[in-house]
Design a protein around this ligand. Sequence first.
Ligand code: 5AD
Ligand code: SF4
Length: 487
Amino acid sequence: MFHHIEFDKAYSGPNPPAKEPERQYYFIGKCRKLLEKEQERLGRPLTFHVTTFGCQMNARDSEKLAGILEQIGYEEASEEEADFVIYNTCTVRENANLKVYGHLGRLKHEKKSRPNMKIALCGCMMQEPEVVKKLKKSYGFVDLIFGTHNIFKLAELLAEVLENKGQFVDVWEGTEEIVEKLPADRKYAFKSGVNIMFGCNNFCSYCIVPYVRGRERSRDPREILREMEELAADGVVEVMLLGQNVNSYGKNLPEPTNFAWLLRKAEEIEGIRRIRFMTSHPKDLSEELIQVMKESKKICRHLHLPLQSGSTRILEKMNRRYTKEQYLELAERIRSEIPGISLTTDIIVGFPGETEEDFEDTMDVVRKVRYDNAYTFIYSRRTGTPAASMDNQVAKEEVQARFFRLIPEVQRIAREQAAGLEGTVQEVLAEEINEHIPGCLTGRMSNNLLVHFPGDPSRIGKLFPVRLEECRGFYYMGKAVSQDDCG
Ligand code: 5AD
Ligand code: SF4
């Protein structure tokens, strides 16, 4: 996709352009020169690895980082072998931070035996001043630290690291800017995430995201649609539109628009066969969106609708701005308007002040909505969020006990939901070779369920009708009923 840009020529003279993305093209050109020199010295190609923690948004950011590094001339390798290792971090729960520190211990060791190795950390965790302070003090072997707002600047930051020694830190508090037209290297040839907005304005009281990802900024719809057209031309058949709260897309654009409109425009793009999106806040989910989903031939039959808690009292403390009854009414409407839709959710157990009765409300919603899948989390206290300083933090044992009551209930229902499709024929996108069953591929249905079926790897990236023969808990074994693409 980036064959037309002459990065070598963009690196012209000592003064980089002030304007983006031209400035980054200049630094990609500059890094190419620096890398060539190093490769000559070592007599071998240089390699990179990006390790991603956290959500789909981070996964997409990592593809952008990889795209820039490949344009610079790095080749991808495993983390154990790579000359340049980047950790794209998450901080949504404390566990995510602990994981990164654990990995860093190993990397320190690794770097001792390979002194040429470079290590970079970026992403949400780096937006926390306490973390950067700790890294500066005790993790001097990390060469580069940057945040969520300036990942587009990787080439410029890398030029600094390649030319100078010592730790380089560049973390921005926020930004208004959205830099377009930079490379990305997709993990899958046939599907891709597409950012439609960045940041979050909701300030749910437990959540650190608005602090580390900044205020909500919608991307210009022309840029989004252009990217989707380019992706389609490049062989992508499925896109996942990404935002912390896609239902408020477009509100703050110079020419305000909305998510339902964007979906209608996306539907018109030839070559794109499936459209998914993530994440929807229940308070902003419009009737128009339900209608667009209902009428659409491309929007997948899956909606992720985070509940967080089933108790109106807790929802209020969480600043979610809907009640248990409003949520139930919305879920019911969606299920009746869009038959066959799969509803999934996020649930937090043990929010400050959660009583047995509140937890029972959550269980009640789980039983009434009958989620097709639910991601369950133990509440994690995030410094700087309003919930962190609330009274009545729930005792650890009590939270654990509730958590282990919730999980089997969620799983029982999800199994029952999945089993309902046995014997039917569903359209499946073949995604990868199944590593465990010889001769089998793994594909995904519109409702996000996986099915394993005998098939040739040449079918990967194509859509097929598959008969679901046997439900095995949360997935199916099936057989393609036709060798032809669904067309
Ligand atoms: N503790 C536990 N879970 C959290 N989430 C966000 N913040 C926290 C926290 N402090 C969960 C929410 C959200 C998902 C991405 O992570 O359920 O929807
Ligand atoms: Fe966090 Fe709430 Fe924003 Fe989701 S909507 S990112 S839970 S603040």
